[in-house]
Design a binder for this molecule. Structure first.
Ligand SMILES: *Cc1c(COP(=O)(O)O)cnc(C)c1O
Length: 377
């Protein structure tokens, strides 16, 4: 029996990615830039309906650029969702700013109640930004979070790394915040082998994108020689990588259909097991990309997350715990955290990410479900 991945790269059956790469080879636009990079940006802009997009080496770089775009300086405060992957928070420290972690609610994402508490607590030292995430492709309560940010006149950065193609009330995630970021890392819903994009939705989006492009290409001033007035970064996406991304974008909607099918398969097969709940899909009039199908077990459920993970592992099947909240991470232990009934701890302690690879067959899914159901017998 074959190994089953949690989520692995899934290139198009049609070979679109290879065509774009071939064109890059044929024209020798291997690097630095080239048609694929510009077209990939335009295609993402058109698909998502964002005002500007800059293709970068990864999503983490895009978050860094969003933080820089807000003029964040040493000791500025940034509110960041605690239940997330560390890449949401790490760039805060690149600019020597101070993260304050915010708990989640039943949406699995930032709790507006905890966010309000945080604003109350920090009303004399307001944050420069709020970073909200759409975890596992699940919509956050973005409208309420945006309203709170507007009340305090604080900018919103939307980490849509895991939620590419998820819509809320018909609008794509990544386009609600002042700035959004997406990722094309290897295990995301589509991959360019590695890469990300900075999205700008502000009135001055084009100007912001231009500045990000400038920083991301070593902050080289307009001059014949190499002139630098600011610190730069080497963050730009290559033309080869962008070619893979363009090919993948053509199958994004197909991937969402398969991801949702996987979720529904688990729901049908496992949804009735005592003490097991599927993640809360499609809240807030959303349509989730279901990047990873995740489950929660009741505190007193006889089966524990580790039982599932180990049982699958013994059958050569990959699964994973839920992201460990940032406020519980040793590296962030000295920073403040605003709690909402310890929701993120609970989700972490009781959750499992089930295999969500879009290449899985019904046979694979059946094999997984049988192993899990066996733990209840
Ligand atoms: C993957 C991910 C990122 C970072 O994207 P990279 O392209 O891997 O740098 C950021 N935030 C979240 C929530 C992610 O899952």
């Amino acid at each position: 029996m074959s190994h089953i991945f949690l989520a692995s790269p899934h290139m198009s059956d049609e070979g679109y990615e290879k065509e774009y790469i071939k064109e890059a080879f044929d024209t020798n636009w291997i690097a630095p830039l080239g048609k694929n990079v510009n077209e990939f940006e335009n295609e993402i802009k058109d698909k998502l309906g964002t005002k500007a997009a800059v293709a970068l080496s990864c999503g983490t770089a895009a978050i860094h650029m969003a933080i820089k775009s807000l003029g964040v300086k040493k000791d500025d405060i940034i509110f960041c969702q605690s239940l997330t992957f560390s890449a949401s928070a790490n760039p805060i420290t690149y600019e020597k700013a101070i993260p304050v972690f915010i708990d989640s609610d039943e949406s699995w994402n930032m709790s507006p109640v905890a966010l309000r508490k945080a604003f109350e607590k920090y009303k004399d030292n307001l944050p420069k930004a709020v970073i909200v995430v759409h975890l596992y492709g699940l919509a956050s309560n973005i409208k309420e979070i945006k309203e709170i940010c507007n009340e305090y006149n604080v900018s919103l950065i939307e980490d849509a790394a895991e939620s590419l193609a998820t819509t809320i009330d018909g609008k794509y995630t990544g386009t609600f915040g002042d700035y959004g970021i997406i990722s094309f890392n290897g295990n995301k819903i589509i991959t360019s082998s590695g890469g990300g994009m900075f999205l700008a939705n502000t009135d001055d989006a084009d100007e912001r994108a231009k500045k990000v492009l400038f920083w991301a290409t070593q902050a080289r001033e307009q001059a014949r020689h190499y002139e630098h007035k600011e610190i730069g970064y080497n963050y730009r996406m290559s033309n080869i990588v962008a070619g893979i991304g363009r090919g993948q974008l053509k199958v994004l909607d197909q991937r969402v259909i398969k991801k949702r099918y996987i979720y529904e398969y688990y729901q049908k097969e496992l949804g009735n097991l005592e003490g097991l709940t599927m993640m809360p899909r499609d809240k807030y009039k959303s349509y989730s990309n279901c990047w990873l199908s995740t489950i929660q077990l009741d505190e007193n459920c006889k089966v524990r997350p580790l039982d599932i993970i180990i049982a699958l592992e013994e059958n050569d099947i990959e699964s994973r715990p839920i992201w460990k909240p940032m406020h519980l991470q040793p590296v962030f232990k000295d920073y403040d955290y605003i709690d909402n009934d310890a929701t993120s701890e609970r989700l972490f302690n009781n959750g499992v990410c089930l295999p969500s690879d879009t290449k899985m067959s019904d046979e694979d899914l059946n094999r997984i479900c049988k192993i899990i159901k066996g733990l209840w017998e």
